[in-house]
Design a protein around this ligand. Sequence first.
Ligand SMILES: Cc1ncc(C[n+]2csc(CCOP(=O)(O)OP(=O)(O)O)c2C)c(N)n1
Ligand SMILES: CC(=O)[C@@H](O)[C@H](O)COP(=O)(O)O
Ligand SMILES: [Mg+2]
Length: 666
Amino acid sequence: MASMNSRFPRRSGKPGGGRQLEQGLKRMAENDAAQKPLLTQTTPDMVRGLSVTELERLAGEVRELIIDTVSKHGGHLAPSLGVVELTLALLKVYDPHADRIVWDVGHQAYAYKILTGRAERFHTLRQLGGISGFPRIAESPEYDHFGVGHSSTSISAALGMALARDLGGKKHNVLSVIGDGSMTAGLAYEGLNQAGGMGLDMVVVLNDNEMSISKNVGALSLFLSRKLSGPLLTKLKREVEGFLKSVPRIGEDLLKYARRSEDSFKGLFTPGMLFQSFGFNYLGPINGHDLEELIEIFEQVRNLKGPILVHVLTKKGKGYAPAEKNPTYFHGVGCFEPETGQALKYGNCSYPSFTEVFGQTLCELARQDEKIIAITAAMPEGTGLTRFREEFPSRFVDVGICEQHAVTFAAGLASQGFRPVVAIYSTFLQRSYDQIVHDVCLQNLPVSFFLDRGGLVGEDGPTHHGVFDLSFLRHIPNLVIMAPKDEAELRLMVKTALSHNGPCAVRYPRGVGLGSPLSDGLNPMPLGQGELLREGKDALLVAIGNRVHPSLAAAERLEREDGLQVAVFNARFVKPLPEAQLMELAERFKTILLVEENVQAGGFGSAVLELLASKDMLSGRTIRQQGIPDIFVEHGSQSELRARLALNEAGIARAVREVLAPAAKL
Ligand SMILES: Cc1ncc(C[n+]2csc(CCOP(=O)(O)OP(=O)(O)O)c2C)c(N)n1
Ligand SMILES: CC(=O)[C@@H](O)[C@H](O)COP(=O)(O)O
Ligand SMILES: [Mg+2]
């Protein structure tokens, strides 16, 4: 430990020595306090009372807690590490109890959670019954002012809050904190446009780390600060110079003049220009890791009127070397060794994921058909398209977080004879409903949708479970809908979708496959044909997608434990339904369970019930839907959630027993 003397400031004979001494004593007092961790009290009031030096120390402690927790349970590490100083500065200047801070996506809000009274529970992050990975009003009505998970909602929500404030005669501040990736979505501009037009007092904090999950895309990303001195500006300059030179006689003079005014030329092309044209006052770019600068700017901003955009530059993964080095991997990460960042693998499962099998199969098909174009909305890694991107760069398009645009863009390609593939998470496709109806299906265009993360996704929770897709797609005319029971069937469905001359959707779950052997050849499946996997006489399980194998396991368990003979049918198609097969089976069984990992309302089971009702085959039978009831399912591991919802082997077996029990008593 340093000696007391060494902690005193040097006395100087110059004027100002007294001030230096004062500062030195202050620093010393802070150093004494430095022995005690600051994170023991975690209210925003405490943060407001800290000096910049203490806040810097607190930033370190918050980072440690985030890294430690995420390393054990997984989560959004790099986004959260990048905004620790920004969060501290906001909490230092604003009062999150009275003021409204709306986080976009919310995957970066871990520091905010920790510093708004949730440090003690932070170790339960994303676990069943624990705190959510995203802001949620129900979790903290005091500090989480808006629930999030999907991107680009924060400006619109903040604008609504600003109007509510004014109508209610209140005075608090309203802020949206939005990333550069989230600024690629049209919704963000709808909000900006309205906000600039209305002119209400609100602040948009643009957290610019040049990254979406992967490198950010699109013209806007070029516009943001760091790129301006780079390729875009150079290109613009070259073009303008070329033009000036070509002007006869006075061209050279004009060029000299333009060179002299280079600074103002550069000033024309700033991000400020863009946001100012939306009616915002622009401040920035600001170093998002310099607490002093951040606090100073936000203190000024707090006193300004009208819509203001503060442009903050941050580093994704800041403060943790492995995440700084590989922010894409550490965007949303599983368990890892905190010392090295090495992924921790549990069990010996080395089966490829559904995502990988999809990506690999698509590449195989794309080698034979150059009309195949792969489209992702900012998720090349998550949807398994990285290999495709490498192999077919000119046929791969990342449109940014623009799910609606992705679908209409695909429709345009399809209308010109291409075979676009839209690979997208089920939950994010919710945004594209009208485009699927109006642009794709109404025109019967051959767009293939590959819906990854169909069903329960686990720890991301209700914003991310893909449990509505079968319901919001099933009623759209012309659309073929399939769900594979395993990865081998997925391969065939990829081929089927790309062989069908119309719109198709294939939905499959998050996670590893079952190890089912993958065929070498690829043949399309006949549409509307399922398969009877197991015969029986006591009951029939009709299952779709990833609930087929658990249904089979349940049937085997029922035979083992209860001596029951339960048949299992894999429907494969939600649309067209395997009608003839279903009718034939329904004739033979009085007890039928319809099993799916989708909401019961309007889903696969509903479709079978509609079919049976239309054929007057409901009476005299007991038919139950085994799916997700009318609730939003919380976060937790997939296996915990399936157990709770009776969608695993044990739950399905129990459901069969419950249906059969009254009959057995008669
Ligand atoms: C509508 C929607 N599409 C896709 C996603 C998946 N997603 C979550 S965060 C993210 C990147 C966001 O980038 P940015 O806003 O810059 O935040 P950063 O992670 O860089 O902090 C994406 C694509 C989402 N949450 N919502
Ligand atoms: C915040 C967000 O929307 C994504 O980062 C999402 O959490 C990724 O989910 P996966 O982990 O299933 O790819
Ligand atoms: Mg970003």
